[in-house]
Ligand binder design. Structure first.
Ligand code: ATP
Length: 328
């Protein structure tokens, strides 16, 4: 489909109209347009490399996927979901931006924003936990990005500190949309288009048997009770994960953690967690309104933004222009 055949460097192509006038330039990039550098990380089906555009020396992260491996492991669907969701989410600083996709005989390539600050999880582990100011800032950037994704009809479904990357200025870039769900957009009577709020997203392993679905979940700690109970995720499932993340930023560990996945799921379904001593009261109040078993009873995004935990936060563009607080 829309995969450019980028085996050869293609540079710019000129489009001309009937009168021979140049109308616009389409930039089609290929493997040969980039200089590949260090390995940034490896996934189960991919390797991510730092790369530089030969023409303008702009730096990117390029995710390289082995086609044979993807096909053999039946992951084509997820690769397409990742590309399609990223292509929908290009106007927000909090989402890793996808610039180009192309392929050669062996591999698929995703040219992405370089997140040179690494994973939020790594930074958090190094610090142990964050103070309230740092936690507020990172939680605010994550929430601002969730609000944007949801407004574009995308549910992430796998939010966790590993999937929150940081750019060179230590601002948030959310990644890993391979298990995201694109909601059907509905046209309202007044002609306005919006994503349907109540739509239930399917289980990432649609039709697969339960234990397979469980192993697909990856990190069990952030899974919402509705996904475990009904195999259904909705926008509020991202807010459950968000509650787990706020808890983790301040406590240094996720709220639901046990010796194995099964026991973790039991804890989630029983809402069995507690706050460590010294956990700020204002954050506790917010977390308690997010870690609610019934998804429709969780605080909606707008109310989270106006919760007193976020007092003083300037939502919108200002948030992304401000200097990230020093880690404490
Ligand atoms: P899996 O597929 O097994 O779940 P994953 O989703 O982490 O793993 P990738 O998305 O390929 O797999 O990422 C591999 C590693 O590369 C990750 O550890 C991640 O931190 C790093 N990485 C991914 N995208 C970027 C990026 N845009 N900038 C910098 N590092 C990145």
């Amino acid at each position: 489909d829309e995969w450019n055949d980028g085996g050869a460097a293609q540079g710019t192509q000129q489009e001309t109209d009937a009168s021979g006038q140049q109308t616009r330039q389409i930039v089609k990039k290929g493997v040969k347009d980039f200089t590949f550098g260090r390995t940034l990380g490896e996934g189960s089906y991919s390797t991510v490399l730092a790369a530089t555009d030969r023409q303008n020396l702009k730096e990117y992260a390029i995710k390289v996927l082995d086609k044979r491996h993807i096909i053999k492991e039946k992951k084509v669907k997820y690769v397409n979901i990742e590309r399609d969701t990223l292509n929908r989410l290009t106007e927000h600083p909090g989402v890793v931006r996808l610039y180009y996709t192309f392929q050669d005989e062996r591999s698929l390539y995703f040219v992405l924003d370089l997140a040179s600050g690494g994973e939020l999880l790594g930074v958090l582990k190094k610090m142990g936990s964050f103070d309230i100011e740092c936690s507020r800032f990172y939680a605010a950037e994550i929430l601002d990005t969730i609000a944007y994704m949801h407004s574009r009809g995308v549910i992430h479904r796998d939010l966790k500190p590993e999937n929150v990357l940081l750019d060179r200025d230590m601002h948030v870039k959310i990644t890993d949309f391979g298990t995201a769900k694109i909601l059907k957009m509905e046209t309202k009577a007044n002609g306005a288009i919006s994503s349907s709020n109540g739509e239930m997203a399917g289980n990432p392993m649609d039709g697969a048997e339960t234990d397979k679905a469980m192993s697909f979940v990856g990190t069990a700690e952030y899974v919402s009770p509705e996904l475990l109970r009904d195999k259904n995720a909705c926008k509020a499932s991202d807010l459950w994960a968000f509650g787990c993340i706020i808890y983790q930023l301040l406590a240094g560990r996720p709220p639901f953690k046990a010796a194995n996945e099964y026991l973790t799921f039991q804890k989630i379904l029983a809402l069995e967690y507690s706050f460590p001593e010294g956990f700020p009261e204002v954050a506790r109040d917010l977390v308690e309104r997010l870690l609610v078993l019934e998804p429709s009873s969780r605080l909606p995004v707008e109310h989270i933004m106006s919760h007193r935990f976020f007092d003083g936060v300037r939502w919108g563009k200002d948030l992304w222009k401000q200097k990230a607080p020093r880690l404490k």
